[in-house]
Design a protein around this ligand. Structure first.
Ligand code: SF4
Length: 214
């Protein structure tokens, strides 16, 4: 059932190359910075970190906290995010030395390791597992819940969506990555808090739209 929505979105968006980053370290850093803030604010911090050659977990682990706070100020909650960044960088480096060493390992070991890092909630954990480490999990966020409720015309529990998509997509990392990216994109462009259904390219299949356009 979720494939059909994927295909509709894919016809319009194609490969969005999601997550927008140049390295796995940058992805992890972005996953922490994007908590409770918009991507445009995160992007400013990422640009500053890039200019200062800091998109690297080993360097994040070593950098002075005040300096890091200054670099990531635009992402908001910068004191706490600085702590979270240093925390995740130290945990990964101390235990695995680099992200590469966390790939192709026992999934439950890596999942429970990330889950236990302070500052990492479910959404951040799943984003890191999928986008930085290539494990076949689906990322659910508030955009996903809102879109699915409208499109399918019923309330879903996050876990039902997660399990359903993971089963249907059967380990296809590209689809899992792209699906979340396309959902975010659609939610920003059309399926906003106040949806712009008349312009939306999937309105002919959407229960919410059909119910409201009669
Ligand atoms: S038609 Fe409206 S409610 Fe349905 S997915 Fe598009 S924007 Fe969202």
């Amino acid at each position: 059932m979720f494939h059909e929505l994927y295909n509709e979105l894919y016809k319009h968006y194609g490969d969005l190359q999601w997550w927008p980053s140049e390295s796995d370290d940058e992805t992890v850093i972005g996953c922490i910075l994007t908590q409770n803030t918009s991507w445009s604010n995160v992007k400013k911090s990422i640009d500053i970190l890039r200019e200062n050659d800091m998109l690297d977990l080993k360097r994040i682990r070593e950098i002075d906290e005040t300096k890091l706070q200054e670099y990531i100020k635009s992402s908001g909650y910068y004191t706490i995010k600085t702590r979270y960044l240093k925390n995740i960088a130290s945990s990964i480096i101390d235990n695995y030395n680099k992200l590469e060493h966390m790939k192709n390992k026992d999934f439950n070991e890596i999942r429970s390791f990330i889950k236990n890092i302070k500052g990492v909630g479910n959404e951040t954990m799943n984003s890191i597992l999928l986008y930085a480490l290539d494990y076949p999990v689906f990322v659910i966020d508030s955009y996903t819940l809102r879109l699915f409720k409208r499109y399918y015309g019923k309330e879903f529990a996050s876990n039902d969506i997660k399990t359903g998509v993971e089963q249907e997509f059967d380990g296809n990392i590209f689809r899992l990555k792209n699906f979340h990216g396309m959902i975010v994109q659609l939610s920003k462009e059309y399926c906003k808090k106040k949806p712009e259904c008349n312009k939306c390219f999937i309105n002919n299949k959407c229960i919410y739209f059909s119910g409201n356009s009669k």
